[in-house]
Design a protein around this ligand. Structure first.
Ligand SMILES: [Zn+2]
Length: 291
């Protein structure tokens, strides 16, 4: 029965390749379906951008549309805790944030609410309210209640926290006052924080963590993981020509998932080839051992 061996070998190889392909499809599918949360940060939304962190409303909405085309949906700040606690099904999501409290941003947020149905998280520097180009406290209150956007704290002043500590100032008192001011304006607890310029050190993180704020956002080109330190959550900051979110549309995980699936498909083709070879051997006229 030695003549059967080559066909059997091809069949066994085929079965092995099918097993490899099945594993590849499962792995690739898991990579494509992987949970992704990116926090996007914009600053001034203006008619004529001059600084790299400024952009137009149209450009902003085009960025959001690209995320949506790649399967992302908007996560509202209020849904953030459900996501953080694993109560939402896996998916691709973006949380839109703005920094500083500029009037131009306020106009963009009002339009976004009506035209895109997106509720952003707006990080406010309380000491800048009422200054030229910044929202007034009354304007901020009105806009927040009209749009449902959530207010977060971005400091009492727009200074790097480690520098405030190095200057010997009482950062805890400054953050406490700013948080209380913003809570008075927003009429509820302020839980979200973003470090001015994204700059922090262990001492300043400790101040934020001790102030009753629940999360602190930095600026880093990564997605948020549930295992992250809640006072070190990364945000992608829009910078024209540098950070336009191309690495996330589609996310890197999905791209490697696509590659894994392609390799799995290749393994299926190889397996088919093995089975065909085995069939071909079976069809060959067998020489009789007696002749
Ligand atoms: Zn800022």
């Amino acid at each position: 029965m030695a003549w059967r061996s080559p066909a059997l070998t091809y069949r066994l190889l085929g079965v092995f390749l099918i097993a490899v392909a099945a594993t590849g499809f499962l792995l690739g599918w898991a990579q494509i379906q992987q949970d992704v949360l990116v926090v996007l940060t914009f600053h001034g939304i203006v008619d004529v951008p001059q600084q790299p962190w400024e952009t137009t409303y149209q450009d902003l909405t085009e960025h959001l549309a690209r995320f949506r085309r790649h399967g992302y949906s908007a996560l509202s700040p209020d849904q953030f805790w459900d996501w953080w606690n694993g109560r939402l099904p896996p998916g691709r999501r973006f949380l839109l944030t703005f920094d500083d409290g500029l009037e131009s941003t306020g106009r963009a947020i009002a339009r976004l609410t009506h035209e895109e149905g997106v509720r952003p998280l707006w990080f406010i520097v309380t000491g800048l309210l009422g200054k030229p180009d910044f929202m007034t406290p009354e304007g901020l209150v009105a806009l927040a209640s009209q749009t449902g956007c959530r207010l977060g704290l971005h400091g009492g002043t727009h200074e790097e926290f480690p520098k405030i500590l190095a200057a010997g100032r009482d950062l805890a008192a400054e953050v406490g006052r700013a948080k209380a001011d913003l809570e008075r304006l927003s009429g509820g607890p302020v839980e979200f924080f973003a470090y001015p310029y994204g700059v922090h050190d262990p001492a300043s993180r400790q101040v934020v963590a001790s102030s009753g704020l629940r999360v602190g956002f930095t600026v880093e080109p990564w997605s948020v993981q549930r295992t992250d330190d809640p006072f070190l959550l990364p945000r992608l900051m829009y910078l024209r020509g540098h950070e336009e979110f191309g690495d996330w549309t589609p996310p890197a995980e999905a791209r490697s998932g696509g590659l894994t699936m392609t390799l799995a498909m290749f393994a299926v083709l190889m397996a088919l080839r093995m089975f065909l070879k085995a069939a071909e051997i079976d069809r060959r006229p067998r020489s009789s051992p007696t002749t």
